[in-house]
Write a protein that binds this ligand. Structure first.
Ligand SMILES: O=C(O)CCC(=O)C(=O)O
Length: 278
């Protein structure tokens, strides 16, 4: 299993990430990682473990399953966080000296799942501020527009917007009434001021997005192809702890104060450091 990116992350990749708020990187994880994490994801879903959400609708055959913090209790997810190239890639894209781990999240859309992933961006869900926060969504199956591959709006991380968080099951714990809802950009496909970005992905490809880049996905229209995405979130040097209401609850109080860099090693372990790597 590879420890460093199978293909190097180039300066052009970093520039695209900074310009568009998202970049697709191909073939970073070798076949061993892909098979191991694919199988671990299916096992995890089937075991019923963790803090899962499952959205099933009466008129559908499919389901949209998601779960978080798998690496706190599962050795495969822990190994992927600690031993795969993912933290190095995160630090490279953020141009950060270090990458601290925030959490991992699994998204599985079974075939024939109509439920979309609604348009949203991530930072309003989280008790942080800063530019150095990145999500790396690794495809563990093929993912295209047909099978609910992610779609992004280029440059939306620079709009200065902070939209109300929305979860697949409309959890009121996140529905901050002080924030404006995120528009349904699907209705604005003809708007020439918007550039929609999506990629046909194979297992082992990933999309890496800034926490304010607006993104979403359609349903999985395939009759047979399950779609699995494993998203790991990291932050870097400029991130600040910002414990606002309607955000993800931490398992316990961190040692850092609001406004400080969240360097509590128990909650946000340091996974990669440029100095140590050199
Ligand atoms: O996989 C999905 O449907 C949603 C992924 C997502 O929103 C994320 O990783 O931030």
């Amino acid at each position: 299993m590879n420890r460093h990116p199978a293909n190097p992350v180039t300066e052009d990749d970093v520039a695209a990430y900074e310009r568009d708020g998202v970049v697709c990187l191909r073939g970073l994880f070798d076949q061993d990682w892909c098979s191991r994490m694919h199988d671990a994801s299916v096992r995890y879903m089937e075991s019923g473990a963790g803090r899962k959400r499952v959205v099933e609708r009466p008129d559908e055959t499919g389901q949209f399953y998601s779960n978080v913090f798998m690496c706190m209790e599962n050795d495969d997810f822990l190994a992927f966080r600690n031993e795969s190239p993912i933290a190095e890639v995160a630090a490279t894209l953020m141009r950060s000296k270090a990458a601290r781990f925030w959490y991992d999240q699994l998204f599985i859309k079974e075939p024939m799942t109509v439920a979309p992933t609604q348009w949203h961006h991530d930072l309003p869900f989280w008790p942080f501020l800063g530019d150095h926060v990145v999500s790396i969504w690794v495809a563990l199956t093929p993912a295209t527009r047909e099978t609910s591959g992610l779609e992004y709006i280029a440059g939306s991380h620079k709009w200065g917007k902070f939209y109300r968080p929305v979860t697949p099951d409309d959890d009121p714990a996140f529905a901050n009434p002080d924030l404006e809802p995120c528009p349904n950009f699907t209705e604005r496909r003809d708007d020439p001021s918007l550039k929609f970005l999506s990629w046909d992905m194979e297992a082992g490809d990933c999309v890496c997005h800034h926490p304010l880049t607006v993104h979403g996905a359609g349903g999985n229209k395939s009759q047979t192809q399950r779609r699995i995405g494993l998203s790991l979130r990291f932050f870097g040097d400029d991130a600040r702890y910002d414990p606002k209401p309607y955000t993800v609850k931490l398992p316990f109080e961190p040692t850092c104060a609001p406004g400080e860099h969240p360097d509590d090693d128990r909650l946000f372990p340091l996974i990669w450091e440029r100095q140590a790597a050199a």
